[in-house]
Design a protein around this ligand. Structure first.
Ligand code: GP9
Ligand code: MN
Length: 691
């Protein structure tokens, strides 16, 4: 009995001490609030600003509810603010006001920048002199809207509250060093706790996007504007740091490399394709995530990509063409296609090295008297295209702002390919009227991972339908699910849509007379990163069990990691309306071979730094180097990480020397390409020659 009472008393004791502790804590907090009204004003108003800028710029429900960004903003504000406690009241006040101005200016600059570029400002852009002009114009045309000045609320509130406190004797307050240190520590610890909570919520996608920093809207939505800007400052310095050391060695190696190449490369010069398209207009189509696996593939006798198949069979079709992208995906494809250089080893050329000198196809065509332009329905700053397209020599970049984009005409990342193409044709008609020769790029968007908007792609079944006759003579249709519900299956549906958009485009171009003196060039930009297991199902489906065939089955296709790599290939097609040049070219080819091959046909000189070759010169001897150091020839796929290879023609012996020589060639090529971009060697060489 006594035990029971004791237990009860203890229980209540515990509750009471907890309550007392809580009350004490509350008092401590209240005390802190009461004693530091200036600091609290600093936190609240800067937090309000950072929340406002997200709400005024990114209008999505996810953004309004983004507690992650609030946590991130809070941690930046509190951690930076903590140091103020180490200072005496007067200096503390000045420091906090300074920070408030810094935060406020960050918000104002980004607010103005966003109005014009639907993206956030970057320190790296400061090195573009044209940027300053643009911002100047932006401010004038913008005539500072209320939404840009509302952020001044923070310094105003800060000044108001601090003045009041100064009158009450804030600056006369005597604090011991001990108290200052304690307060700083308290604030710092709370900042760190918030940071830890924030970090626990991060996914690997968040971290990946944060380090790459190119998807600015995403970074701001997750990390808040202040952390975005701090991170931007650091990443903007990286290319400068990379290029600070080792320039002389890089320049010497680069000069030697090209000297050797020009002397000893026997795969240069003219061939039967030289000048065949000289003077023709050129429309290049960047087909998002379009792989060769689609070509001539059918489900229930219906082609996945009937229009691309037609183009492939009626034109020059390079059926073993490989994309050489790295983390810069679409942008790396554009880089390699246009400059015949490889993606950089760290960062991406488009984002980190957009201010280097590139000798690119659009500039070459412009110099040959062509009007050059690019068209893409997404934000102009996505992948930093606005800066890079100009650098590569496109005279005009038609981006999202030039298109009528509505929720109804959008799929996935933005405007649907059908809407994009039909609006682009209107622009092309005008271009044709105003210019006698043009070279333009149209970048597609709808066929982009994750291929989940199946209801918008239109009807296309990826199952197996069969009509079976029953014993009593009646017939019934049997349906086996096959690829339905898989990511690869959805990909085929998405491709079917994109292909039909290409079909519509060709009809519309034809109606407008835009095909008569034009060559169409189409490339898949990179593979769609589809799961290996889906390919295993595609090639080894057993409809009786709705599973995978047994490996012992004679028809079993061992779709291993080598097959996966080989199946990443993308189509490259050059087509004209008159079908004059019809041929399938099966030699392996990399995206870096596009510029030398095309330039020869168009009668212009490719970049003297091109790393690829004209496929009609190099033919069977070609080598495709991948950014990983892997390489591919007609004979071998070599995996440099594993130092293993797959021989492609069974029975043919591969010499050790062959592997070594090609591996050396690949690593030298990657090094020279990277140095050329990082150290801006094309520019250095040009300056040297001028002297
Ligand atoms: C973005 C589009 C897609 O505008 O080109 O880029 P990706 O994700 O393929 O690199
Ligand atoms: Mn892409």
């Amino acid at each position: 009995m006594m035990d029971k009472v004791k237990k009860e008393i203890n229980k209540y004791k515990k509750i009471i001490t907890k309550k007392v502790k809580e009350a004490k804590k509350e008092k401590v907090i209240r005390k802190f609030f009461k004693e530091n009204p200036v600091y609290i004003t600093y936190i609240l108003f800067n937090l309000l600003n950072s929340t406002m800028i997200r709400i005024f710029t990114i209008h999505t429900i996810d953004n309004y509810l983004s507690y992650e960004a609030i946590l991130a903003d809070l941690s930046a504000i509190i951690i930076l603010g903590s140091f103020s406690f180490l200072m005496k009241p007067k200096a503390r006040n000045r420091y906090l006001l300074g920070l408030t101005w810094l935060f406020t200016i960050t918000c104002m600059v980004n607010s103005i920048y966003y109005t014009f570029y639907t993206s956030y400002a970057s320190f790296s852009m400061l090195s573009l002199t044209q940027y300053l002009g643009d911002v100047g114009d932006a401010v004038v045309q913008n005539v500072i809207q209320p939404k840009d000045v509302v952020y001044l609320l923070a310094p105003l509130a800060f000044i108001f509250v601090s003045r009041k406190q100064i009158k009450k004797g804030l600056f006369k307050k005597i604090e011991t060093k001990e108290v200052r240190r304690k307060n700083a520590l308290k604030s710092l610890i709370s900042g760190i706790i918030i940071t830890v909570v924030f970090c626990l919520n991060l996914t690997s996608v968040d971290i990946g996007r944060f380090t790459k920093q190119w998807n600015k809207e995403y970074v701001v939505m997750k990390f808040g504007i202040y952390i975005y800007q701090i991170n931007d400052g650091i990443t903007s310095l990286q290319p400068k740091i990379n290029s600070m050391f080792g320039l002389n060695k890089a320049l010497q190696e680069f000069e030697k490399y090209y000297e050797d190449r020009n002397k000893n490369d026997k795969y240069q010069g003219t061939n039967e394709y030289t000048d065949i398209f000289k003077g023709k207009n050129v429309i290049v189509i960047h087909a998002e995530s379009f792989q060769t696996v689609n070509i001539d593939r059918k489900f229930n006798d219906i082609e996945v990509s009937p229009n691309m198949n037609k183009l492939a069979h009626e034109g020059l079709y390079f059926s073993n063409y490989y994309s050489q992208v790295s983390v810069g995906t679409s942008s790396d494809a554009e880089l390699t296609f246009n400059t015949s250089l490889m993606p950089t080893q760290s960062g991406t050329a488009f984002v980190s090295y957009f201010d280097r000198k590139y000798i690119a196809m659009p500039q070459i065509m412009q110099d040959a008297g062509y009007y050059t332009f690019s068209m893409h329905g997404n934000n102009a700053d996505f992948w930093n295209r606005r800066a890079m397209h100009q650098n590569m020599g496109y005279e005009r970049f038609y981006a999202k702002k030039d298109y009528n984009v509505t929720p109804e005409n959008s799929i996935g990342l933005g405007i649907s390919d059908k809407a994009f193409f039909s609006q682009s044709v209107e622009k092309l008609k005008k271009i044709k009227e105003e210019h006698d020769k043009f070279y333009g790029l149209l970048i597609m968007l709808s066929n982009h991972t994750p291929f989940s908007e199946v209801d918008k792609y239109g009807e296309y079944d990826v199952n197996i339908k069969e009509t079976v006759t029953n014993e009593d003579g009646t017939t019934e249709e049997k349906v086996y699910p096959y690829m339905e519900g898989t990511k690869l299956g959805n990909y085929f549906k998405s491709v079917h849509y994109a292909d039909s958009a290409i079909g519509d485009l060709i009809n519309e171009l034809d109606e407008a007379g835009l095909l008569d003196n034009t060559i169409l060039v189409i490339y898949g930009d990179h593979d769609a990163r589809l799961p290996q297991k889906d390919y295993v199902r595609l090639f080894n489906y057993d409809k009786e069990t709705d599973g995978i065939k047994d490996e012992s089955d004679q028809t079993y296709f061992n779709f291993d990691s080598y097959q996966y790599e080989l199946y990443r290939k993308v189509p490259f097609i050059i087509w004209t309306k008159d079908h004059k040049y019809q041929k399938e070219i099966t030699d392996v080819m990399g995206m870096y071979d596009a510029m030398p091959t095309l330039a020869n046909m168009l009668g212009v000189k490719p970049s003297k730094y091109a790393l690829g070759h004209d496929i009609f010169n190099i033919k069977d001897n070609n080598i495709v180097v991948f950014p990983t150091g892997n390489w591919l020839t007609n004979k071998v796929y070599y995996n440099s990480q594993k130092s293993e290879y797959l021989a492609l023609n069974s029975g043919e012996a591969i010499e050790k020397d062959y592997i070594e020589k090609n591996s050396e060639y690949a690593s030298k090529l990657l090094e020279v390409s990277n140095n050329l971009i990082v150290y801006d060697l094309a520019k250095k060489e040009e300056e040297k020659n001028k002297k």
